[in-house]
Design a protein around this ligand. Structure first.
Ligand code: ADP
Length: 361
């Protein structure tokens, strides 16, 4: 595990008057890079050849470092290029997926904004559950054995498959039937079935709550809220029940985009309480805890209670709906404030106070 002291050493060779903010050109890179520019930093994208068009055309990059594959961001020569440019790297979902947790934890010797150790906690379901339980945030009930299914459940499978092959059932028989059908189609292997994760299906409305913890102000800010566009479930639910049954289509939950939402104002107290609680739990379980952007993905029930089914302990994809700031971040900052810009602002404030080490691991 790369220790913070090693990263602080790297930082000692940096020219603090000429810092750059860098990220992998994917996921939420647009507002991370633009935010860096807006706050006066050089923006650097590590980009797969052929994928540079949006970054160039939207004028968000000052420099592009080209690679053949995303995973090459971890190559020693790319790391060296980043260090030479005094780059602070912003982790996001694609960075974690392509570089991989082991390499981020043990090989990627470039200062990162955020807590590098906490990335594993959002990726592994049991650790994620531990964090949420510690925070006292309600989660869907987990069912350990398919034979115990006694209510509507959603069945999830391991690996980053983007919700493909997830299904809903409400009995052990239903579980067996669906699993068999999916194995026949080649969507699942026997091994996947053993590792199936079964949890209570929460028929609520989806709110993905985007937060930012500022170590400089010691405050959790609400940055915005989105809900997911998911295919094919969004299409499936647009046809009448009769046709759903006739067509016998299987639902999947592949995220294809995000939509802005605003919560009922009376829910906001709960929203802040959850953000604060997760921040405290993370501090205890994975010190120094959450640094900068994070997200709690929830369903809000008809009793107006949030149930969390997932978290992101880094920039979440949903922040893309607020590249010009959200209603909430506007109230807080009175200027357009995306999560990317907020991160760069935090770096700027940390530099002024000589506290940059608070943000880096
Ligand atoms: P992945 O991590 O593979 O993307 P998620 O856990 O985010 O999977 O689930 C994918 C989608 O399935 C969610 O965005 C949500 O729409 C739905 N979902 C997940 N868990 C539940 C649940 N317990 N109740 C209702 N819907 C859920």
């Amino acid at each position: 595990m790369i220790e913070k002291s090693q990263i602080v050493e790297v930082l000692e060779d940096y020219d603090m008057d000429d810092l750059a903010i860098a990220t992998l050109a994917s996921h939420t890179a647009l507002h991370i890079l633009k935010g860096a520019q807006e706050e006066g930093f050089k923006s650097i994208a590590v980009c797969v050849k052929g994928r540079e068009v949006p970054y160039q055309r939207l004028r968000v990059v000052d420099e592009i470092i080209f690679v053949d594959h995303f995973a090459e961001m971890n190559n020693p020569e790319i790391q060296e290029l980043l260090r030479e440019r005094n780059a602070l790297v912003v982790p996001h979902g694609s960075f974690v997926a392509y570089v991989g947790l082991d390499k981020i934890e043990n090989e990627f010797m470039v200062p990162m904004i955020g807590n590098r150790r906490i990335l594993r906690w959002e990726s592994e379901r049991d650790k994620e559950r531990q964090l949420l339980e510690k925070a006292g945030i309600r989660m869907p009930k987990k069912i350990m054995d398919p034979r115990d299914i006694d209510r509507p459940v959603i069945v999830k499978f391991p690996g980053a498959r983007g919700g493909r092959g997830y299904f809903i059932t409400d009995s052990p028989e239903g579980f067996n039937q669906k699993v068999e059908a999916m194995i026949k189609r080649g969507w699942l292997s026997e091994e996947d079935v053993v590792n199936a994760h079964i949890e209570e299906y929460i028929a609520g409305t989806n709110f993905c709550l985007q937060y930012f913890y500022s170590p400089i102000f010691d405050e959790v800010e609400l940055m915005g809220m989105d809900r997911r566009f998911e295919s094919n479930i969004d299409g499936l639910t647009r046809i009448p029940a009769k046709d759903q049954i006739e067509t016998n289509m299987e639902p999947s939950y592949v995220v294809t985009g995000n939509i802005q939402v605003a919560a009922r104002e009376s829910l906001l107290e709960q929203v802040y309480a959850m953000g604060d609680a997760l921040k405290r739990a993370a501090e205890e379980l994975v010190p120094p805890g959450l640094i900068g952007p994070f997200c709690i993905q929830t369903m809000c029930t008809e009793n107006l209670e949030f149930v969390a089914f997932e978290i992101s302990a880094r920039m979440d994809g949903g922040t893309n709906v607020f590249m010009n700031g959200s209603p909430y971040s506007y109230l807080r900052w009175l200027e357009p404030m995306s999560s990317g810009r907020r991160l760069a602002r935090e770096v700027k404030m940390a530099l002024e106070k000589d506290e940059i080490e608070k943000l880096i691991t």
